[in-house]
Design a protein around this ligand. Structure first.
Ligand code: GRF
Length: 196
């Protein structure tokens, strides 16, 4: 039986699309639901058009009450009996209360070569540091932000004249290769890091 994957998005959802499009044929997993905190996320519209179930839990009514927001997500997920969660541009920090029960079964993609540049504005920080090597990382999610065991990385070279948005575009292309490659192996039970 296929593993059931929930994919969390906040924006365009291009990584989510790459994952969904790869979950065909002999892939050990299938997308069961796409979850967002943002009703207007492009990824939600795309998932609906594909006939994939969606759940939108707006974080705003919960204010600073992250525990209640996360409880609402947990309640919404229950019917889907998920095996794996993939965070794919989900822009809300999840606390230990949500993450701990999913530890070892929840993946995230981050646009830097972790452990460098956790958090936001990774491309600008790479430029400011003068790094020549940049890329993206898929890792298992732990309660610490952008931490946890690395499941794969893909690299790009930083060129003279690159801007943050040029780096973001080139890294995103690599994200679309890396995340499906990692999830395909992870769903089949392989956790040795994928290095592209
Ligand atoms: C990606 O760069 C991801 O690594 C970051 O946010 C971006 C999401 O892009 N956390 P998309 O929504 O998958 O197109």
């Amino acid at each position: 039986m296929s593993k059931r994957v929930g994919i969390f998005v906040s924006g365009g959802g291009s990584n989510m699309r790459a994952l969904v499009e790869d979950m065909v044929g002999d892939h050990a997993a299938r997308a069961a639901v796409v979850v967002s905190n943002n009703e207007t996320a492009g990824g939600i519209a795309w998932a609906r058009a594909q006939g994939i179930a969606t759940e939108v839990i707006d974080h705003r009514p919960f204010g600073e009450d992250r525990a209640s927001f996360e409880a609402a997500i947990t309640a919404a997920l229950a019917p889907y009996e998920l095996d794996i969660i993939c965070l794919a541009g989900f822009m809300r920090v999840l606390t230990a209360g949500f993450v701990t029960p999913w530890q070892g079964r929840m993946l995230n993609i981050h646009p830097s070569l972790l452990p460098k540049y956790k958090g936001l504005h990774t491309h600008a920080r790479v430029l400011a540091a003068g790094d020549m090597d940049h890329g993206c990382t898929v890792h298992l999610v732990t309660a610490a932000l952008d931490d946890g065991p690395i499941l794969g990385q893909a690299h790009i070279s930083v060129q003279d004249g690159d801007t943050a948005s040029m780096l973001a575009n080139r890294v995103l292309e690599q994200e679309h290769r890396l995340y499906p490659a990692v999830l395909r192996r992870f769903a089949a039970g392989e956790t040795a890091p994928v290095m592209l």
